[in-house]
Design a protein around this ligand. Structure first.
Ligand SMILES: [Mg+2]
Length: 483
């Protein structure tokens, strides 16, 4: 007799899907000794609309100052135009969405959707290589520059003369970079930090929970010392009585780290005075600038897979820390909360789509069978049984008519499927559909998260929903033949 497994009568309440931690590669928290955090868009989440509109305005002003039309000042940042994970075709002024195989599934010229035929003519059967011509939009910082670029392409297409599309892209990039580098954006945030920041009331308690479990915590950011101090004070200052100063949560703090170079170079950490981070009084934490991963591991007394690093940037934080030094990686994807909400809202529509897809698969199989039957490749009694079971009259002579009817039904179903898919996609994003999907495939962005992040979640404080001994187990994704 085979052993029986009792089904549990009671299940613990589940964490809300929007706040769950999702696992690509199994991770045992008990084997982690140090946890590091990037700051911008990881610990410090910015309110998307005001933050992106600020960068947009600053960059637009800089473009006008260097000779672009004054009409740019009337343009407005529009989040509906872009999505993370897009690709810019600098040569043609196009924005592209590609799937995990790097084929283009969606394209816009400026802000206008490229008709299917034009998209196919330009990009069909062509794998996109990120490089000189194709630029990846994978950070939050890049979103405003792309909405600006798309609108500029529209504006300059109407002008008698325009610079080359790649020149426009380079000028927009340079304008945004300058707005970050000359402090225009940071000064505006410093004046009204609470307008631009989304403070998380659970963050301090979550960091405290990690510390109580014996983890060493560190902050590793590319931001300047003064700006880091200002932002971190808003996030963690005076949140719990045991740690009155924000730096009390950390063992080491590295600012101006110069990631991703930090993960590959060899350089000593340069000590920094606490006052550079706007801190006064006594601190137990140690402050540095520059340095390298080896120097930081020596400082913390940990190495490789004992470190879990939280970041938001697939390349600069996640890929580099994982590949270069074997750190385990947690990717913060704030958009995940909205994406999961849209998944819930489209549950019924997606179930209906699955029914349509099953129906077209059945018709496809019937078409294959009848095509082989018409070619005399099948035994007559098998063909007769097939026709009888489906109520198809007229015997073998009528097979061409049945095939034509199946063809018509498939075309009709294909139209219904396209309409249903478009309706579902529009619920996620008016132009680009789901962040993690490109048509029926995983999107390029989704694939990067899957490939590079051991775990991913929408915010750092989601760790507070799990025990500190948690073993996060990856569910084995079946291959097509295993499904
Ligand atoms: Mg960041």
């Amino acid at each position: 007799m085979s052993p029986t497994v009792d089904e549990p009568k009671w299940r613990p309440p589940d964490v809300d899907p929007a706040w769950r931690i999702y696992v690509n590669r199994s991770l045992r928290l008990a084997s982690i000794r140090a946890i590091g955090f990037d700051m911008d868009h990881t610990l410090a989440c910015y309110a998307p609309e005001p933050f992106e509109a600020l960068a947009f305005r600053q960059a637009a002003a800089k473009l006008v100052a260097c000779g672009y039309p004054r009409a740019i000042r009337r343009m407005r940042h529009d989040r509906g135009l872009v999505q993370r994970g897009l690709i810019v075709d600098r040569r043609c002024g196009n924005l592209l969405k590609m799937d995990r195989h790097r084929y283009v599934v969606q394209a816009f010229h400026g802000t206008r959707k490229l008709p299917r035929e034009m998209r196919k003519a330009r990009y069909a059967n062509r794998r996109i290589r990120i490089g000189a011509r194709f630029a990846a939009i994978d950070t939050f910082f890049a979103l405003p520059e792309i909405t600006l670029y798309a609108q500029l392409v529209d504006l300059l297409d109407r002008a008698a003369e325009r610079p080359h599309y790649s020149r426009i892209y380079d000028d927009v990039r340079a304008a945004v970079d300058e707005a970050h580098a000359d402090g225009s954006i940071k000064r505006a945030i410093a004046r009204r930090p609470l307008h631009y920041l989304q403070t998380d009331p659970q963050l301090a308690a979550t960091l405290e929970q990690l510390r109580s479990a014996g983890m060493r915590l560190f902050l590793l950011t590319n931001s300047e010392a003064n700006y880091t101090g200002l932002i971190m004070e808003r996030l963690l200052g005076r949140r719990i009585s045991e740690r009155p100063q924000w730096c009390d949560f950390f063992d080491s703090i590295v600012v101006r780290a110069g990631k991703p170079g930090f993960f590959t170079r060899r350089a000593a950490l340069v000590p920094l005075a606490a006052r550079a981070l706007r801190l006064k009084g006594r601190q137990t934490c140690r402050f540095f600038t520059r340095g390298s991963v080896g120097a930081l591991e020596a400082e913390l007394g940990v190495s490789g897979a004992e470190v879990l690093y939280f970041g938001d940037h697939t390349y600069g934080d996640i890929l580099k820390s994982k590949r270069s030094c074997g750190w385990r990686t947690a990717m913060i994807v704030p958009d995940l909360e909205e994406e999961i909400q849209h998944l819930e809202q489209t549950r019924q529509a997606r179930a209906e789509l699955a029914v349509l897809e099953r129906r077209i698969d059945q018709l496809d199989a019937a078409r294959d069978f009848l095509t082989r039957a018409a070619a005399g490749q099948l035994a007559p009694q098998g063909v007769r049984r097939f026709l009888r079971q489906r109520g198809l009259r007229g015997g073998s002579r009528a097979i061409p008519e049945h095939l034509a009817a199946i063809e018509r039904q498939m075309q009709e179903l294909a139209g219904q499927i396209r309409t249903q898919e478009a309706g579902i996609e529009a619920r996620f994003h008016p132009h680009w559909g789901p962040l993690f999907r490109a048509g029926r495939e995983i999107s390029h962005f989704g694939q990067q998260v899957e490939k590079f992040a051991c775990i991913y979640t929408s915010r750092v404080s989601n760790f507070g929903y799990y025990p500190m001994e948690k073993y996060f187990v990856a569910s084995a994704a079946p291959m097509p033949h295993e499904r």
